[in-house]
Design a protein around this ligand. Sequence first.
Ligand code: DGY
Length: 323
Amino acid sequence: MSKQQSVWVSRPLFPEVLASLAQYVDVRVETREARRTPEQLRTKLVKVDGAIIGLGDRIDASVVAGNRRLKAIANLAVGYNNLDLEALTAAGIQATNTPDVLTQTTADYAWALLLAAARRVSSAERWLRAGRWRGGMRFDDWLGVDLYGKTLGILGMGRIGQAVARRASGFDMPVIYHNRSRLPEAVERECRARWVDKAQLLQHADHLVLVVPYTAQTHHAIGAAELAQMKRTAVLVNIARGGIVDDAALAVALREGRLAAAGLDVFEGEPALHPALRELESAVLSPHIASASADTRRAMAQLAADNLLAALGHGPDAGRPPS
Ligand code: DGY
């Protein structure tokens, strides 16, 4: 049976997810993930009714200008700072994201980075693999900082921030948070979290996890001035977006010992790394993999496919707007 609609998938996806799409629409899948120029994206999108894309695909007004066919774009992420929503709305293109399904996995990863950075796991492993453990290690070598009983700070208290907070009780860590709006009291109680202003958060948190969306307002929310207010023994974790932290200022703070360590899953200008961060043993670095468990990535892909099909008229609801 010939299918009337076509969709473009900008990277390889799970075969079962592609098969679920292919029941309704003609599917064109790229065999590898690649950085594409606006012109390349334009050329791909002009020939299809819908697309599944990832964070590396930046869709702005120039990409969709004059495209009368494209009806929907499903983003393979909860964050959607790669999409110009105003331009998409003006062009009559629906955008969807993948909330909820990645919340717990991403919160787990914030803790993975917090623990690894606090206890110097990556740097100890590099040292061990380099064959440098020859016995006679000093008792005061490899000293990290504790998490247990310390105050955890969270900047951004949406779904993922709350999931990070809930995990803190296992470490007996009181939680303070800053968010544009305060959570309802019942949620604060359940997360055992207390709202503070941003200055108090920076000054009182023993360790700080960033979970805010990237917007013009959160660009460099943690820069030199903010880092200067943090404790020297603090660990900073960024699982949100590059650009929320001024990576150059962070590298200076780490080099000068004004911060104990950092765990970073996202970077300004990723996939490029600030060269100074690459050199720092106190920075644990990973390539934007906070949501990357097999179950969660499959669930994200299926949700994106379901959202796209719904937006193209093959599901029970119209596709969901980003939430
Ligand atoms: C998201 O979904 O926004 C994450 O950054 C992807 O892992």
